[in-house]
Design a protein around this ligand. Structure first.
Ligand SMILES: Nc1nc2c(ncn2[C@@H]2O[C@H](COP(=O)(O)OP(=O)(O)OP(=O)(O)O)[C@@H](O)[C@H]2O)c(=O)[nH]1
Ligand SMILES: [Mg+2]
Length: 521
């Protein structure tokens, strides 16, 4: 095929001498004399081959004419050889084209996998990332309303506990018995309509086939019922379909015009209601009795996912459009696996590479059923494993008897020891260090939840060093082959530090992958 192609190219370029040369070669002609260097054995012309006959040198050719023709044919051969070489180089290049770099994000639910993916997108596809702001605006509104539902439920519980007869009353802790005053109860009543926003947004998300309540299929027509939904979280399967619901122009993903990306005339947009309730929301959140009631019920909203109550003024402002930072803090649970492809460039070699990043929803049923998913990912180059080390004092939402840190170590052990993943690079993110820091500073003792921590100082340096050692020990003991322990202390909602970590990882993976492809020796 290359030769035919070459003939075609040269014919098209008007190089008749070359075409002549090529056709004679292709027809495997051995002409009597002139085509061949003097001295080569002469073979007879095959009269039955019309091409050979057509391309044969003219009869009665004079020695000068012959010389001219031979010269032309030599030049043509040179051009032909160059093209051959070019084609062969191109073939080699295609053969050596490096494989895409595949990265799998793994870790328990709320460990920060999707947030890490958002950082990759922000770094490498900032225009597309920012064009999705209307969709994240809706999720942030959902996060805000969810926080208020937790507060309103806590107020209702406090109110009914305080109303109980004194014997029952005494069995509760004193903070549980704090009675919300008249002002608080009035605020609560005024803010109850907020719960409708949750329904409206969930209904819109449910209009895409693959969104579900985390505990089962969403029922879009169900009445607002906060008690029924308590503890449940909206989850989403496809990264694309749900975003379109909130995009003014889903095709115009390159739009950078901040104000134009949101459809401000959308009658379903909860922005106006949130703005109207903004004063009451801020008053409620700032009320000292509310913090006492939440603390009494063991609710620490500041450390929970999708916390925006310290930014109420901004997120309830008219024509609010989320910042990058807000998008990273927004919480939307992932269901199943989503794949994201992007081209990343190596600033040193000027090479661009295709990266495939898989974000696996961290719900226990998914990550625990390892035999099901491991074979799909045994060819990934690297796993970024996220362990949220701030969760040392928390239980899993799905299994309240299981400590979250113990669960992370368990999952890490399973991944590290899996033989199918023995050749995969493992990169560990000990994540949510900002929350770990503030928890330890507030006096929560690690040794109360992790007896092996013993009498070590209850500060960030000691705690992070200790946890790093624990994860490293698992790698050393359980990996089927010796592996390097790549470990980073991360706060993936902090773009600056995360960009630095991810850029390093990307460079290492690119070089590693290129080496594999023999492009770097
Ligand atoms: N403060 C703080 N918040 C974080 C950090 N990493 C993630 N978050 C927040 O934690 C929440 C959960 O993060 P996600 O990225 O959705 O977690 P995930 O691992 O994808 O969870 P699933 O989809 O349920 O498997 C989000 O609201 C994030 O903004 C961190 O390092 N510090
Ligand atoms: Mg996720």
């Amino acid at each position: 095929m290359p030769r035919v192609l070459k003939s075609f190219i040269m014919e098209a370029s008007g190089n008749r001498a070359t075409a002549h040369y090529l056709i004679t070669r292709r027809a495997d002609l051995s002409l009597s004399s002139p085509l061949h260097a003097p001295g080569l054995p002469m073979r007879s012309l095959d009269e039955s081959d019309p091409i050979a006959v057509a391309m044969a040198p003219p009869e009665n050719e004079s020695p000068e004419e012959r010389e001219l023709r031979v010269q032309k044919e030599r030049a043509a051969k040179q051009v032909s050889d160059e093209i051959d070489e070019q084609l062969s180089r191109e073939q080699q290049r295609v053969k050596r084209q490096p494989k895409p770099v595949k990265i799998l994000l793994l870790g328990q639910s709320e460990s920060g996998k999707s947030t890490t993916l958002k950082n990759f997108q922000l770094m490498h596809e900032p225009k597309a990332f920012r064009a999705e702001r209307p969709s994240w605006r809706a999720i942030i509104q959902l996060n805000v309303v969810r926080s208020f539902r937790i507060i309103l439920d806590a107020l209702a519980r406090a109110s009914s506990a305080a109303d109980r007869p004194s014997s029952a009353h005494r069995s509760h802790s004193s903070s549980n018995a704090i009675r919300p005053d008249g002002e608080l109860l009035a605020l609560r009543t005024r803010l109850l309509p907020l719960l409708q926003i949750e329904d409206t947004l969930e209904r819109r998300l449910s209009s895409t086939d693959d969104s579900r309540s985390a505990d089962g299929p969403a029922n879009p027509r169900s009445p607002t019922n906060p008690a029924r939904r308590a503890g449940k979280e909206v989850a989403i399967n496809s990264a694309v379909a749900w975003k379109k619901v909130f995009m003014r122009d889903p095709a115009g993903r390159d739009s950078v015009d901040t104000q134009n990306v949101v459809d401000w005339d959308d009658p379903d947009d909860p922005g106006a209601m949130l703005h109207a309730c903004s004063g009451d929301m801020q008053r409620l959140w700032a009320h000292p009795t509310v913090s006492a009631i939440l603390a009494g019920q063991g609710i620490r909203l500041q450390e929970s996912s999708g916390f925006f109550l310290d930014s109420l003024e901004a997120v309830t402002a008219p024509q609010y459009v989320p910042t990058d930072d807000h998008i990273l803090r927004a919480r939307l649970k992932t269901l199943g696996v989503s794949e994201h492809r992007m081209r990343l460039s190596d600033p040193h070699g000027g090479i661009t590479r295709e990266f495939h990043i898989f974000d696996v929803g961290g719900q226990r049923s998914m990550v625990r059923s390892r035999p099901k998913w491991v074979p799909y990912f045994d060819d990934v180059d690297s796993i970024i494993f996220l362990a949220p080390i701030s969760a040392f004092d928390q239980a899993l939402a799905e299994e309240p008897t299981v400590n979250r840190l113990a669960d992370s170590l368990d999952l890490w052990t399973a991944v590290v020891s899996n033989k199918l993943l023995a050749k995969t690079n493992l990169i560990l993110f000990l994540n949510k260090v900002d929350i770990l820091q503030s928890k330890l500073a507030s006096g929560i003792r690690m040794s109360d939840f992790l007896p092996t921590y013993g009498l070590r100082p209850n500060d960030f340096d000691s705690a992070s060093r200790y946890l790093r050692k624990q994860f490293n020990a698992v790698l050393k003991q359980s990996s089927p082959t010796p592996r390097v322990f790549y470990c980073h202390l991360t706060n993936v909602i902090d773009t600056k530090s995360t960009t630095y970590v991810l850029a390093n990882i990307k460079d290492v993976l690119m070089r590693f992958n290129l080496k594999e492809s023999y492009l770097i020796l």
